[in-house]
Design a binder for this molecule. Structure first.
Ligand code: GTP
Ligand code: MG
Length: 185
């Protein structure tokens, strides 16, 4: 999908990015309170296109293709990178990119490169650690410490679980602020 094929940039958008299987489509469904708006799957690479979901014609959620399922360090140079970067660089109505990170893996090369690219094109990023229901207390502490090594304090990101619904209220609050520009920072 090229920028010419995107819907008109007439509504504020929040885009969801992250490695394949991290739970982007599940999170969109959970936030929308619906089971099957965005297609989810056990097999990675389900969402290859960019999918746009309208929120009552007031805003849009954008499901970006997952990255990292291609083997090797060249993953970020795959087709998905072009797609995501073209979207990020061209989308004037993009209010925030929600970057989903697997709590057990933490920030890896692809996420760090995407964060760098977002800074480069002045796109705001909200970090979310997914599948929080799978983390025991020890793993949650480890994830928190790993985020600290990258300079992110506990308040800089949210733990969410689409399965249990935890963190969704806080994320909605943040997205609401971003989409409708009530955020001061
Ligand atoms: P791609 O479209 O391939 O990029 O994947 P995606 O990021 O959209 O992931 P998807 O939402 O399809 O979820 C992948 C798998 O993780 C599915 O089996 C989901 O059921 C599971 N999953 C998603 N969110 C959660 C969660 O909060 N907790 C648990 N335990 N599993 C989850
Ligand atoms: Mg998906």
């Amino acid at each position: 999908m090229t920028p010419a094929q995107f819907p008109p940039a007439d509504l504020p958008e929040a885009a969801f990015a992250g490695r394949s299987n991290v739970g982007k489509s599940s999170l969109i469904n959970a936030l929308l309170g619906r089971r099957s708006v965005a297609r989810t799957s056990r097999s990675p690479g389900k969402t290859r296109e960019i999918n746009f979901y309208s929120l009552d014609d007031r805003a849009r959620f954008v499901d970006l293709p997952g990255f990292g399922y291609a083997k090797g360090g060249a993953a970020l140079r795959g087709a998905w990178q072009k797609t995501i970067e073209a979207y990020m660089a061209s989308r004037k109505n993009l209010k925030t990119m929600v970057l989903l990170v697997d709590g057990r893996r933490g920030l890896e090369d692809e996420e760090l490169q995407l964060l760098e690219y977002a800074r480069h094109v002045h796109v705001r990023v909200d970090l979310v650690l997914t599948k929080a229901d799978k983390l025991n207390q020890k793993e949650r502490h480890a994830a928190t410490r790993a985020m600290e090594t990258h300079g992110y304090a506990a308040g800089d990101y949210l733990f969410v679980s689409s399965l249990k619904g935890s963190g969704l209220r806080e994320l909605w609050q943040r997205l609401d602020d971003r989409l409708f520009e009530r955020a001061a920072d």
